[in-house]
Design a protein around this ligand. Structure first.
Ligand code: ADP
Ligand code: MG
Length: 443
């Protein structure tokens, strides 16, 4: 039971770093079989997967598990089959098929309207989503939800899907992310099957596209999406989009798409106020079967402000810690387990500013250069340092850090971490400087 919670947290975190394909290939079937203060033993389904996990993902798993538990831990991987290991091709292919069917609908039964706690900051988004779910294509078409990460956009999209499925059983519904739409389109063009792609997308009753901001700057993809949109819209089919910003703030978005995205209803989600945070904490503790004293609840609600994913993260962390230590959850425990987590979440903007200041001064370059796409060593190196410091001093995911430094994805962040870790190991002087600056920035 408790292992499941920890495994779930691990997978949650991994899914912010990796694509759904990678998740289903390597992580979805991974589980924890034993755990103490020193070591977690994890079970992979095959010897082949175990070896790949060991080679590519052990560091990242170790880092995330350490974060969840609040202390460093060794990972030992075992596999369900120890003998028949040498058949790499088969599992890969099989999983790819699985992934394609997952495109059809990724059904998450927990993302429902019943489980969505409503407050001032999200009531418009919730109410319009519910209206669309009850009466698709009658009101609010398209529905465009936007807001920062971790505030419930994906949850609402799934809630709409779940609700429509109940009442309109024969509806063709498709949920995809902007990234999946893009990849699928590119694949269909490469395989010369654009007709199949169009048929699939243009015969739907409801199309939901999550993280549509992924189409920013991709004019070719936008062109195809425009025709998809228009075809569905003209047939009076429901379209629902979610994004981290308003249509007008999506970079290089064709005007005709901008106009269409704004033509129905645009609803924002804001960070939750104290009242809503308390309500969500209460709700999640009940769902997780946790008993948390009121003073802890208040402490948490006052300190976790930005993001609902952090609310869940903090509870899972407390639950894991209490399970391993055998102690009941108390204010003291919450403070010691979550202290760094809270502090860095709270001050991350502040700290990032300080990191920028330090790095630009120390290496004599501008903030723009740091965020630019230039890769010459005089800029790349200071950027590695800045990224490393951000990772050490905030609780931001590698993906969010990539965004801050205008990098394509988390792999660049991961690469920076490796470069700097290596340098630290080989250069005592540098190690001293980094430690000193981290002390100062932590302030
Ligand atoms: P986004 O797509 O906006 O980044 P998600 O929908 O993935 O955010 O939400 C992050 C997590 O927070 C999910 O586990 C979701 O269930 C939870 N969550 C967000 N908003 C609420 C809410 N109002 N009530 C309950 N849970 C919520
Ligand atoms: Mg989302």
């Amino acid at each position: 039971m408790e292992f499941n919670t920890i495994t779930d947290s691990l997978k949650d975190q991994l899914s912010t770093l990796y694509s759904s394909t990678t998740m289903s290939l390597w992580f979805n079937q991974l589980s924890i079989v034993s755990l103490d203060e020193k070591q977690a033993v994890m079970l992979a389904p095959t010897e082949f997967k175990k070896n790949i996990l060991e080679k590519r993902y052990l560091t990242v798993i170790k880092e995330i598990l350490g974060e969840i538990l609040g202390f460093d831990i060794e990972i030992k991987l075992i596999s369900a089959e120890s003998e028949e290991s040498l058949k790499p091709a088969a599992p890969v292919k099989e999983e790819q098929d699985e992934d394609i069917s997952a495109y059809k609908l990724r059904f998450n039964p927990n993302y429902t309207f019943e489980n969505f706690v409503v407050g001032k900051s999200n009531e418009l988004a919730q109410a319009t989503s519910l209206a669309v779910a009850k009466r698709p294509a009658e009101l609010n078409n398209p529905l465009f939800l936007y807001g920062p990460s971790g505030l419930g956009k994906t949850h609402l999209l799934f809630a709409i899907v779940n609700e429509i499925r109940k009442n309109f059983k024969d509806f063709q519904i498709l949920y995809v992310t902007g990234e999946e739409f893009t990849n699928e389109l590119i694949d269909s063009l490469a395989q010369k099957k654009p007709v199949a792609f169009r048929e699939k997308y243009r015969n739907l009753d409801v199309l939901l596209v999550d993280d549509i901001q992924f189409l920013a700057n991709k004019l070719g993809i936008q062109e195809e999406f425009f025709h998809t949109f228009d075809t569905l819209y003209k047939q009076n089919k429901q379209i629902i989009l979610a994004s981290d910003c308003q249509p007008r703030d999506i970079n290089n978005l064709e005007d005709r798409l901008k106009t269409r995205f704004e033509m129905g209803l645009v609803a924002d989600i804001q960070p939750p106020d104290l009242e809503l945070r308390v309500a969500i904490f209460k709700r999640k503790t009940v769902d997780m079967g946790l008993e948390i004293p009121n003073d802890v609840l208040i402490y948490l609600a006052e300190n976790i402000k930005i993001n609902i994913r952090q609310i869940e993260g903090s509870l899972k962390k407390l639950k894991a810690h209490s399970f391993i230590s055998g102690e009941a959850i108390s204010l003291e425990m919450a403070k010691s387990v979550l202290g760094d987590f809270l502090k860095s979440a709270e001050n991350s903007d502040n700290i990032i500013e300080k990191i920028f200041n330090y790095v630009t001064k120390r290496y004599g370059l501008s903030k723009d250069a740091l965020k630019s796409q230039k890769r010459s060593a005089d800029i790349a190196y200071p950027r590695h340092v800045a990224i490393y410091l951000t990772r050490q001093l905030t609780s931001l995911s590698q993906k969010s850090i990539a965004k801050i430094y205008s990098r394509k994805d988390h792999t660049t962040v991961y690469n920076s971490l490796l470069v700097i870790e290596k340098k630290i190991r080989s250069d005592v002087q540098f190690e001293r400087e980094i430690n000193q600056i981290m002390e100062e920035l932590r302030g």
